[in-house]
Design a protein around this ligand. Structure first.
Ligand code: TPP
Ligand code: MG
Length: 374
């Protein structure tokens, strides 16, 4: 480590407490680097850069009225990207609504953005990559993730499930029911709890009296671990171990693992939120030194895997990837009747009346009359 590196490491305040870590704030190696090829390390970095670029563009699309409400990932790119790379491609991922990195790591189909634009058909693209649609009802996807893991067990399939959720989700009944079930039935499950310090305006300290979220696993009889969620290599290592435990669990320890990824939500909760109403901008300052992007970039440079040209090329590739997804998503043809589909097994009479009235209006005025003005 050079003198300059040592200085950066010492001067950065660590806001995370006791966590598993591989990279210092300056990208210096401080733990065991998982066994990843150079190409995969660069791919993880590329997907993180893509997630941040997607964030910038998605917020701007929302401001222009081109997508609906959007939940930003800035600061949390490492945990969903690296966690997904640590799985096999056919291990289903259940996520909340912020962990876009899971979709980007699986190939980033344009349908993903189309779904945020309101196209119901967008979920089809996610089925192809074994990612379940986003879940707004906090923690409601966790019993489903455990149920899917149980199904793999019953069918003797060599697959596991990975479920992402936030610190706020740990206060929901569904969280406790799902993890209790996972423990009792010893399901092949990995739970990734993104402790980004906030559940909209509720700070982590007001969410639970438990000193950590990871320790909640103890109540269900399996292991809980705390990881630096802004360190992609630490997240990768923890999820890879948990996935292996889920797949090949031994008799003396249960297969599920709860991983608390400690991180920070730099942006607003969503584009509908104004964080200045409940926190100071300066609250995020201690976390800036741990930003996953410059950290992973510094690591790649120190390892001799990237130089200025390489980093620039990766940024351009990320920009192009996001631009291509936006172009394709904006070409999706919407069918207004879709909004009535998949709500009820049998459409109630009042809803059917509304559907018919909308379709009659579309027939009268043409679909374009209902679209946004360019
Ligand atoms: C069952 C339920 N209750 C309340 C809400 C309103 N709500 C939306 S997001 C959110 C906070 C979730 O916080 P967290 O789980 O920490 O995820 P984060 O947004 O920080 O990623 C709440 C309470 C909801 N969507 N569903
Ligand atoms: Mg949160």
């Amino acid at each position: 480590m050079s003198d300059a590196d040592a200085e950066t490491s010492e001067t950065a305040v660590d806001p995370m407490g006791d966590v598993r870590r591989v990279l210092g704030p300056d990208g210096a190696v401080v733990g065991d680097v998982p066994d990843l090829s150079d190409e995969r390390l660069l791919t993880i970095y590329r997907d993180m850069v893509t997630a941040r670029r997607f964030d910038e563009r998605a917020v701007s699309l929302q401001r222009q009225g081109r997508i609906g409400t959007y939940s930003a990932i800035e600061g949390q790119e490492a945990s969903s990207v690296a966690a997904t790379h640590a799985l096999r491609d056919d291990d289903p991922v259940f996520y909340q609504y912020r962990e876009h990195g899971a979709v980007i790591a699986r190939g980033f189909p344009a349908e993903y953005l189309a779904y945020w634009m309101g196209h119901e058909s967008g979920t089809a693209g996610l089925a192809d990559i074994d990612v379940f649609p986003l879940n707004i009802g906090i923690a409601a996807h966790l019993p489903h993730a455990v149920g899917a893991a149980m199904a793999f067990d019953y069918r003797d399939e060599d697959r596991i499930t990975c479920a992402h959720f936030g610190d706020g989700a740990t206060s929901e009944g569904d969280f406790h029911e799902a993890l209790n079930f996972a423990g009792v039935f010893d399901t092949p499950s990995v739970f990734v709890c993104h402790n980004n310090q906030w559940a909209i305006s509720i700070p982590r300290e007001d969410q639970t009296a438990s000193p950590t979220l990871a320790q909640k696993a103890e109540a269900y009889g399996f292991e809980g671990v705390r990881v630096d969620g802004m360190d992609p290599l630490a997240v990768y290592a923890a999820v890879e171990e948990a996935a292996q435990q889920a797949r090949n669990g031994t008799d003396d320890s249960l297969r599920p693992t709860l991983i608390e990824t400690v991180e920070y939500r730099f942006g607003a909760h969503t584009t509908a939120d104004d964080p200045s109403a409940y926190r100071d901008d300066a609250d995020g300052d201690p976390w800036r030194a741990w930003d996953p992007l410059p950290r992973m970039e510094a690591f790649l440079r120190k390892q001799g895997l990237a130089d200025d040209d390489r980093i620039e090329a990766i940024r351009e590739e990320a920009n192009d990837r996001v631009a291509a997804v936006i172009d394709e998503a904006e070409r999706f043809e919407g069918d207004p009747a879709d909004m009535f589909a998949d709500v009820y097994a049998e459409t109630p009479a009042e809803l059917e009346r509304q559907r018919e009235s909308l379709l009659a209006a579309v027939e009268r005025h043409g679909k374009d009359a209902f679209l946004r003005e360019e």
